[in-house]
Design a protein around this ligand. Structure first.
Ligand code: 2PG
Ligand code: MG
Length: 412
């Protein structure tokens, strides 16, 4: 079953920005995918749109489509062809976002051709790269949702980008609704703390208020504890520090605007360890700036002695095998955030997931702050048996993934 046509179009994302959607058309039907965009992007990520979105739409419709028409929708082959066509390390010609939209749509087309669900297809490809077979018997993924924040996702909020909750309910559905309860509880607490003041929402639907990071943590922890009283499972607090966004490269200090604190690397590590201890954190992402492998190794070593906390690299690894290998060699982190558009193809994403699993690094699949209603990452999380998927709590583009997880749990 050959590809008959590839059709790209410009669509709108959750921030109102243009992004790209691609249809892969075969005799079996239309397979569609759209690319998300980050705001706090890592320096080493694929170049999302080297030119305007309009340029890339024309490029796919007039050129790339011709290269792919007539081929079988074979993900590994097409992704390789793409890399060759682009010829750069970071997709600075074709663009990481056009590439990932095509790659995700090709994966869907191949799954459709084989008559299997996308998660099953992705799991098959993943198993080609894994040392030990990973079989999906149930949905083990639980939602990791942003309830409060700031950083690059909101004006006037906290310095730490995301305060996230993860409910580990018996089912995906329980966990999703419990995260939503905590989100609602955080709003009530903010209303009481700032009577008469407006409270906003950031790009991912987390609340935004002018409070310090520690006040925010306190508030989220209390909200989790109160909601916990009604459920018989754990609700843990988690953070995406996105430390590169307030690290001053010239001075070498982490500069917190709201508290006025300026911390050198060792003090930043101690601060994070304190937070892990005091708030029983389960997951801390990008605690240090994006090239500080040594600092991450130090933090990971110290955190191991303290708690069962995942020290996760997002901007540090950018879903890139080479960067993850470097991290593994140095003992930096024990978890990796997985975002397909950081690397540009689904097969490279799966290679990185496999490298992580083969080395006991925990993969956590993630949305971007600028999203569409594309649901591919829900399938990726299930296929990888990722314990968590970071994809918000509310908002149409976030619930597109959450509701897909509910459907997947029902069908598996
Ligand atoms: C992050 C992401 C998603 P962005 O930093 O992890 O939460 O944000 O998409 O802006 O990079
Ligand atoms: Mg991040």
């Amino acid at each position: 079953m050959a590809i008959k046509k590839i059709k790209a179009r410009k669509v709108v994302d959750s921030r109102g920005n243009p992004t790209i959607e691609v249809d892969v058309i075969t005799d079996k039907g239309i397979s569609r995918a759209a690319a998300p965009s980050g705001a706090s992007t890592g320096e080493a990520e694929a170049n999302a749109f080297p030119e305007s979105v309009d340029f890339h739409v024309r490029n796919i419709n007039n050129k790339i489509s011709k290269n792919l028409t007539g081929l079988e929708p074979d993900l590994l082959r097409i992704d390789r062809l793409f890399r060759d066509l682009d010829g750069t390390d970071n997709f600075s010609k074709i663009g990481g976002n056009p590439a990932v939209a095509i790659s995700m749509a090709v994966a869907k087309a191949e799954a459709l051709d084989k008559g299997i669900p996308l998660w099953k297809y992705l799991n098959k490809i993943l198993n080609k790269f894994l040392k030990k077979e990973l079989s999906v018997e149930s949905v083990v993924t639980r939602p990791l949702g942003n309830v409060l924040g700031g950083g690059a996702h909101a004006v006037g909020g906290t310095d730490i980008q995301e305060f996230l909750v993860c409910s580990r309910g018996e089912t995906v559905s329980d966990s999703i609704f419990t995260n939503a309860k905590v989100h609602g509880m955080v709003k009530e607490k903010l209303k009481k703390k700032f009577p008469g003041f407006a409270i906003g929402k950031g790009d991912e639907g987390g609340w935004v208020a002018h409070i310090t990071d520690e006040e925010a943590l306190e508030l989220v922890k209390i909200s989790c504890d109160e909601v916990s009283a009604d459920v018989d499972f754990e609700i843990r607090v988690n953070l995406d520090i996105a430390a590169s966004s307030f690290y001053n490269k010239d001075s070498g200090y982490y500069e917190y605007k709201n508290s006025g604190d300026k911390l050198d690397t060792d003090s930043q590590i101690d601060f994070i360890l304190e937070l892990i201890k005091n708030y029983n954190l389960y997951f801390v992402e990008d605690a240090l700036e994006e090239n500080d492998y040594e600092g991450f190794a130090k933090l990971t070593g110290k955190a191991k002695k303290l708690k069962d906390c995942l020290i996760c690299g997002d901007d540090l690894f950018v879903t890139n095998e080479k960067r993850l290998k470097k991290g593994i060699a140095r003992g930096a982190c024990n978890s990796i955030l997985i975002k397909p558009n950081q690397i540009g193809t689904m097969s490279d994403t799966l290679r990185t997931v496999a490298l992580a699993i083969n080395n006991n690094y925990v993969p956590v699949v993630s949305h971007r702050s600028g999203e569409t209603t594309d649901e591919t990452i829900a399938h990726l999380a299930v296929a990888s048996c990722a314990p968590m998927i970071k994809t918000g709590v509310v908002g149409g583009e976030r619930i597109a993934k959450l509701n897909e997880l509910i459907r997947l749990e029902e069908s598996i």
